[in-house]
Design a protein around this ligand. Structure first.
Ligand SMILES: [Fe+2]
Length: 441
């Protein structure tokens, strides 16, 4: 029986197919190139390659985009019609659970595959990404740490495990170990955009612009070319510019790196674009027609109600573009989605809807209501996924709302928290100064 590049048995008997599948696996762990095209090339060699179909579905579910459901279904049906070994069939079942909206069950299934097959880096990675989307922070850290037992430093893919462990450690607040493991991963493979990203998060959480800016800027030639994740690392660099109080550089970064194609509709890119423009909007920085262009890219998702985290970012774009009615349509779709029985229904009920109501209230000038609604769910907001850095949009919005509502003690409290986390951030110190000078309403 043939094996993949990590030593996991696969059901294909075509060496050509396994060669192309192995190439896809490297792209997947590096977020480089087009892994779906690479998997399609493997399936062209052997259309009966069960694991390639399973991987195709597994990569597509991670996009959190309703638009891919048809292709996911096609991949699952093709794979399920074939014989396959136990691991391959488990992969199909895990991807199917995600596609059916049962993300938590899917993550548990991928994690079990990884525990039983610790060299299955694709299972480790998909579980890791799933933990990110479902707010399972400890497992985000512990899954990769568990799999490290099957790897030695020189083994193929070891850097990717270190990078994943680094990100999980960061999300659990263990910044020193996160930085050490992430830096080691990058030294093993400088193209590892996820490991670069893990260390960028450490700098972001500390507000350490002096180290964070050069960390990303000076390594970009390694992780940026042909990388489908590069836009997100550029977004992190833009955030560090904002922390420095340099909105002009953040906008330049938006135009040239985060959003080089203003018409692109890839949902993960639209999320970062919304989040960056909203930060600028909070600060009253003019963003020209950027919100309008971005809102046009969200338009086809208004009725989706597919993933609450995405919906909140769609609402930011519509509000920024002055399209409140469309923001309200997103909220209506979320309320419908909340009545279902899948994981997104829970996420929408517990976190997504209150936050979207809070952002709409902000747009209507009802700032005290924004404060109440965000403060009520900010502490459990990981339940609708994302990273601490992404959910920082909640902390910034609640602070700005408190400032505008004239809620002096509230604003001072949120601002003090921020400076405690980011003592070196000029933006955080500036916000604290504004809270201190605030005249209570
Ligand atoms: Fe990030």
């Amino acid at each position: 029986m043939l094996q993949d590049r990590y030593g996991n048995p696969v059901s294909t008997r075509s060496q050509g197919a396994i060669d192309k599948y192995n190439a896809a696996l490297e792209l997947i762990r590096l977020y480089r190139g087009d892994p779906i095209a690479a998997l399609d090339a493997a399936l062209e060699e052997d259309p009966n390659f069960t694991m390639a179909w399973a991987a195709r579905a597994g990569v597509l579910v991670q996009q959190t985009d309703k638009a891919y459901l048809g292709e996911i279904d096609r991949s699952l049906k093709a794979g399920q019609a074939l014989p396959g070994n136990e691991r391959e069939r488990a992969h199909l079942a895990a991807a199917q659970a995600w596609a059916r909206g049962h993300m938590d069950d899917s993550v548990s299934k991928y994690a079990r595959i990884a525990q039983n097959n610790p060299t299955d880096l694709f299972a480790v990675q998909t579980a890791h990404v799933g933990c990110f989307f479902t707010g399972r922070q400890q497992e985000l850290r512990d899954g990769p740490l568990q799999a490290l037992r099957a790897f030695k430093r020189d083994d193929d893919g070891y850097h990717a495990l270190l990078g994943m462990a680094a990100f999980g450690l960061e999300e659990c607040g263990d910044y020193a170990r996160a930085e050490a493991l992430g830096t080691e991963a990058v030294s093993l493979d400088p193209r590892d955009a996820w490991a670069i990203h893990a260390v960028a998060h450490v700098h972001e959480m500390r507000g350490d612009v002096e180290r964070g800016v050069p960390w990303l800027r000076d390594s970009a030639q390694d992780w940026s070319p042909e990388n489908g994740f590069a836009f997100h690392n550029w977004w992190h660099l833009a955030l560090l510019h904002l922390d420095r109080g340099d909105a002009k550089s953040a906008i330049t970064m938006y135009d040239t790196k985060v959003r080089p194609n203003a018409d692109a509709t890839a949902i993960l890119e639209c999320i970062d674009a919304s989040a960056l423009l909203w930060r600028l909007h909070l600060e009253g920085v003019g963003t020209g027609n950027r919100f309008a262009k971005l809102a046009a890219c969200w338009e086809s998702r208004i009725e989706d109600g597919h993933y609450a985290f995405n919906d909140l970012h769609a609402i930011m774009a519509f509000l920024g573009a002055g399209r409140r009615k469309d923001a309200e349509r997103v909220l209506t779709a979320m309320r419908c989605a909340a009545m279902k029985t899948d994981d997104n229904a829970y996420m929408s009920r517990a976190v997504g809807i209150p936050l979207c109501e809070a952002f709409l209230a902000f747009d209507m000038g009802r700032f005290a209501e924004t404060v109440e609604k965000i403060a009520a769910v900010r502490g459990i907001a990981q339940r609708f996924g994302g990273s601490h850095a992404q959910r920082d949009i909640l902390s910034l919005t609640v602070l700005h709302a408190a400032l505008r509502a004239g809620l002096k003690p509230t604003a001072e409290a949120f601002a003090s928290e921020r400076v405690a986390h980011k003592p070196e951030s000029p933006w955080a110190r500036n916000l604290a100064e504004r809270a201190r000078k605030l005249v209570a309403a």
